[in-house]
Design a protein around this ligand. Structure first.
Ligand SMILES: *[C@@H]1O[C@H](CO)[C@@H](O)[C@H](O)[C@H]1NC(C)=O
Ligand SMILES: *[C@@H]1O[C@H](CO)[C@@H](O)[C@H](O)[C@H]1NC(C)=O
Length: 606
């Protein structure tokens, strides 16, 4: 019997090998070289093994152990300095010298139930002297607000430890000099001893408009009108700005004297990111009552979706980029750069799609064609508003979120190290002319236009840029040799232990319930453990194209505040911080959603 079956098994095995090879040739080799324009690549789902609840709990625990490794190393070698140097066992003061890693880690400890670490960190909080900065004469306002003030407030919200609120109030008073501009928009920094502001008359969007959540919550806790006014003034200034030239989008550079925008650089990347984020989050934090924030969020996302989202030529990866030189008549020039920092956007879009009635904005008195009562003033962008008005906005936001999150994940899965690069350039030709012949076209195209084509075709497949795609792994040498099948080339090879991608994976998991987002997060955590862990902490890979990745000697505090926190929440079955009751600041510090009391409304003239 055995003998009789043997030849047949060999035959089966041969058939299987040949079939696999043919599939490989058809989908992997052929497809990537001969893709036809506008025909979507076949959906290629990565296969993830079934994982039990117990196993997810175990994974969450591994993240907690990782946090302990990082924080204990910080305590041993660096506290109360700001950050640990994880390769040389050194320490550095780079954010005022008050112990930023301890402040930034407080609420992560509470979420992970690390009470002893929390008690010890409170000692550092109690001893920090906010009147002196040890690394320069002034303190940078934006970083101080999101890391220190946000850290204190998030930990206060979870513990009600009075020291934390007292110190938050004290810190905010020391920072108050930044608001000494004619418009009330904050300067870059302040001398903590003299209270004198520091910085140019021109401000950067993210740096001058990322304080609304912190100051609004602080006003709620302390009852102090000044804090409320600072946040409110920023929102009113943004709301009343003339955005005629930039199609309703908040540009990057602003004049702090006049409180008006002065350039046409439009971005969701490093200089703008958290301002767009705070438009939605301010609306959510204040119990969905501030219609102006909501309108600005709809306005910003409409511009982003119709002008900043592109599809790459071969793999049809959805990405977001910057434009410059927008005028009233014409959209600006697209840069086609894609930053790791922009990977917060899929999470934000998913959060908005989850919590807002985007498919029925009229129920909130919001008309996308008449935002702020002045449609028509937006020139070329008006077309974008009309375009989106004919779609179910909830679906469009969620599709954009899924497509972008998939791309953010692939920028990790495509690398030899399994970690994501800091910046890439998409859709640009970088190879030789001879190679170009294999390649029918090389330009990215507008997502919204591709969506229109998809709708008209009546296709039942997923919208362009949405749906799973297989990674294409290149080493540094392969990627550097010019021609890349991946549709992008690297601009910055480093992975700075940043959180944005896992943040979005966490929100996508919570919003869609699709377990693939969790599995992808686990792959990223495995890569972090494999590539970045040192005997005393976690280092920052200089190049994601190599494994083992060469490491730089730094461990930013946001790795403990954000990256490890979001991973922990992603793997935890329990919804520790429900998205409808908490709002994360841009450094992942959670503040509770609230409504103003009648007394507060009177006090703050609401
Ligand atoms: C903080 O530092 C300043 C300047 O060195 C000093 O005058 C002050 O006494 C210090 N405060 C505390 C509480 O140690
Ligand atoms: C900022 O605006 C003020 C008031 O309009 C103006 O006098 C000043 O020149 C502007 N500054 C810059 C750098 O553009």
């Amino acid at each position: 019997m055995h003998l009789a079956f043997a030849p047949r098994s060999i035959l089966y095995a041969l058939v299987l090998v040949v079939a696999t090879y043919l599939l490989y040739v058809t989908f992997v080799i052929d497809h990537s070289l001969e893709s036809l324009p506008h025909s979507a690549p076949p959906s290629q789902q990565e296969i993830f093994p079934e994982v039990s609840s117990e196993e997810w709990a175990c994974r969450a625990d591994q993240v907690k152990q990782g946090f302990k490794h990082a924080y204990h190393s910080y305590e041993k070698y660096a506290a109360p300095y700001d950050e640990l140097l994880p390769i040389t066992h050194g320490k550095i003061n780079n954010f005022n010298g008050w112990g930023v890693t301890a402040f930034d880690s407080l609420d992560t400890m509470l979420i992970m139930d690390l009470q002893h670490e929390f008690e010890r960190a409170l000692g550092i909080v109690a001893r920090a002297n906010f009147s002196v900065s040890s690394d320069r004469a002034f303190v940078p306002y934006f970083e101080t607000v999101i890391r220190y003030l946000g850290g204190l407030l998030g930990a206060y919200a979870l513990s009600h430890e009075k020291l934390l609120l007292d110190r938050a109030d004290e810190l905010a008073m020391i920072l108050d000099g930044v608001f000494d501009s004619a418009s009330g928009l904050p300067f870059y920094g302040v001398n903590p001893a003299s209270g004198k502001p520091e910085g140019s008359e021109l401000g950067i969007l993210a740096e001058m408009a990322t304080l609304q959540l912190e100051y609004t919550y602080l006003a709620k806790l302390t009852g102090k009108k000044d804090y409320f006014n600072h946040a409110n003034n920023v929102m009113r200034t943004l709301y009343s700005a003339d955005l005629h030239e930039t199609g309703g989008m908040l540009p990057v550079i602003w004049n702090l004297t006049s409180g008006t925008p002065v350039d046409t650089h439009l971005s969701v990347g490093s200089q703008a990111d958290s301002t767009h984020e705070y438009l939605l989050k301010q609306y959510l934090l204040t119990g969905q009552t501030d219609k102006a924030s909501l309108e600005m969020y709809v306005q910003a996302t409409t511009f982003i979706i119709t002008h900043l989202l592109f599809i790459s030529p071969k793999r049809h990866l959805l990405y977001v980029t910057d434009t410059i030189g927008s005028t009233y008549k014409e959209a600006g020039t697209s840069m086609h750069t894609f930053e790791h920092l922009s990977c917060f956007l899929p999470g934000l879009l998913a959060l908005g799609a989850h919590l807002l009635p985007l498919d029925n904005l009229a129920s909130l008195g919001v008309d996308i064609l008449n935002l702020r009562g002045r449609d028509g003033a937006y020139g070329h962008a008006s077309k974008g508003y009309r375009q989106l008005a004919s779609w179910n906005l909830k679906k469009v936001h969620l599709w954009a979120a899924e497509g972008l999150a998939q791309t953010c994940y692939l920028t990790y899965a495509d690398q030899a190290s399994g970690l994501g690069a800091d910046e890439m350039v998409f859709g640009k030709w970088s190879g030789s002319k001879a190679q170009a012949k294999d390649h029918s076209y090389d330009e990215s195209y507008s997502w919204i236009r591709a969506m229109e084509t998809w709708r008209q075709s009546g296709s039942r497949g997923p919208p362009p840029g949405v749906g799973d795609k297989a990674p294409i792994v290149h080493t540094e040498a392969e990627a550097m040799s010019g021609w890349t099948k991946r549709d992008y080339v690297m601009k910055k090879w480093s992975y700075l232990l940043r959180p944005e991608t896992v943040e979005s994976l966490f929100i996508l998991w919570r919003v869609t319930g699709d377990v693939k987002w969790r599995h992808r997060g686990w792959k990223i955590f495995e890569a972090i453990e494999r590539e970045t862990k040192t005997p005393s902490g976690y280092g920052s890979p200089r190049s994601v194209g190599r494994s083992p990745a060469p490491l730089d000697d730094n461990m930013p505090s946001y790795f403990l505040a954000e990256t490890l926190k979001y991973l922990y929440l992603l793997f935890n079955d329990e919804e520790l911080i429900p998205l409808d009751r908490w709002v994360f600041n841009t450094e992942a510090h959670p503040f509770p959603v609230f409504e103003w009391t009648e007394h507060e409304k009177t006090m703050f003239n609401l």
